[in-house]
Write a protein that binds this ligand. Structure first.
Ligand code: TPP
Ligand code: MG
Length: 357
């Protein structure tokens, strides 16, 4: 039976910076030297911030922490490409984007140490609290993007999620709605190859996650997520499309989680050392540093000075969150109901009585 083709699609991938730190000059975005250095400094800062959180957790000074080791380029590039007016709707593994977008770093520590005030940002910071329920944030991203469009704001909503979260219905519903309503949304998948112990091959039978965009009439692209220049170029394009009313984009950033899923996980129980060392060679910071050195923009002495400065900054963040006055115990009753039901009013009084004893 003769059949006609009703739809055909292909998915592109972008990479600019190779493993030796050489760039493809034709593809190189308008990244000036200042931005390249800014990205590098931010990535170094985030690595120190992340490793400090792990140490704090082992000392009992932090709750569960989801490490970002190896995923710094995605987070830095998107964060630096965003404007103040753009909204960020993060999952739980984007402190690097949150901080680049203006969230005070000590608050993120406070949040993961169990203090709800750590998710209350200054009024002018357009950022949602991190979504820990896997996938719930995708639809929030579609909704915020639609709201920006209806309000005619020249701004985008940037929503993040992991490879595992693309198996949740929320991902498909969010992309579908954003496609239909041409929401000002940029969907960023941090494909770090694993969802705790579940590998990508058990998550989808598709070749890529980016191609899922086709089914929703949305442009999708795969990027080398450990290439900060490729990520910058793709993020800028998608943000511009969203802000100017051109509709949503799906970005699949291919990266790797070099650390454990969280401080409650031991990744060596389910993955090969060979796989980890393959990805260590693709470390996004190392690649950028090789580039900066070859351009004469960075050297060992600068690195030493900067690391010392970063360590001081990290210590200040720890000091700031650990010196926060204790939270009001009754605050667990706030922000859920506009009017507290009577049984909760009673419980609140009981708690206050107990605390005052
Ligand atoms: C709805 C829901 N189901 C399960 C969990 C437990 N859980 C937390 S993270 C995670 C895996 C997420 O994997 P992925 O989306 O790839 O993000 P990654 O952790 O790799 O950044 C799971 C199953 C959860 N938090 N929420
Ligand atoms: Mg993952």
């Amino acid at each position: 039976m003769p059949k006609s083709i009703v739809y055909e699609a292909r998915t592109e991938r972008l990479e600019i910076l190779d493993l030796e730190g050489k760039v493809d000059l034709e593809l190189m975005p308008e990244v000036d030297q200042e931005l390249a250095l800014k990205l590098y400094r931010h990535m170094i800062r985030m690595r120190a911030y992340d490793s400090k959180a792990l140490r704090l957790q082992r000392q009992g000074r932090m709750g569960t922490w989801p490490p970002s080791l190896g995923q710094e380029a995605v987070q830095a590039a998107v964060g630096m490409a965003m404007d103040e007016k753009d909204w960020l709707i993060p999952s739980f593994r984007e402190p690097g984007t949150m901080i680049a977008h203006g969230v005070p770093a000590h608050l993120i520590y406070a949040h993961w140490a169990g203090d709800e005030r750590g998710a209350c940002y200054p009024e002018n910071i357009r950022c949602f609290p991190p979504a820990v329920p896997v996938g719930s944030q995708w639809q929030h991203g579609a909704g915020v993007g639609l709201s920006l469009k209806l309000r005619k704001e020249r701004a985008a909503a940037v929503v993040f999620g992991g490879d595992g979260s693309t198996s949740e219905g929320d991902f498909h519903e969010g992309l579908n709605a954003a496609g239909v309503f041409k929401a000002n949304t940029v969907f960023v998948i941090q494909n770090n190859q694993w969802a705790i112990s579940v590998p990508l091959s058990h998550q989808t039978a598709a070749e890529t996650l980016a191609q899922k965009a086709h089914a929703y009439g949305v442009p999708g692209i795969q990027v080398d997520g450990n290439d900060v220049f490729a990520m910058t170029l793709v993020a800028r394009e998608a943000l511009e499309r969203a802000r100017s009313g051109g509709g949503p984009t799906l970005i699949e950033a291919v990266t790797y989680r070099l650390g454990d899923h969280t401080t409650a996980d031991d990744a060596s129980r389910y993955r090969d050392e060979a796989e980890v060392s393959y990805w260590e060679k693709r470390d996004p910071i190392r690649r950028l540093r090789l580039y900066l050195e070859s351009e004469g923009l960075w050297d060992e002495a600068q690195e030493e000075d900067f690391v010392a400065e970063v360590n001081r900054w990290v210590d200040e963040q720890v000091e700031a969150f650990e010196s926060m006055a204790p939270a009001d115990p009754a605050s667990i009753f706030d922000d859920m109901y506009s009017e507290l039901p009577s049984r909760l009013v009673e419980q609140r009084e009981l708690l206050l009585e107990e605390v005052s004893r």
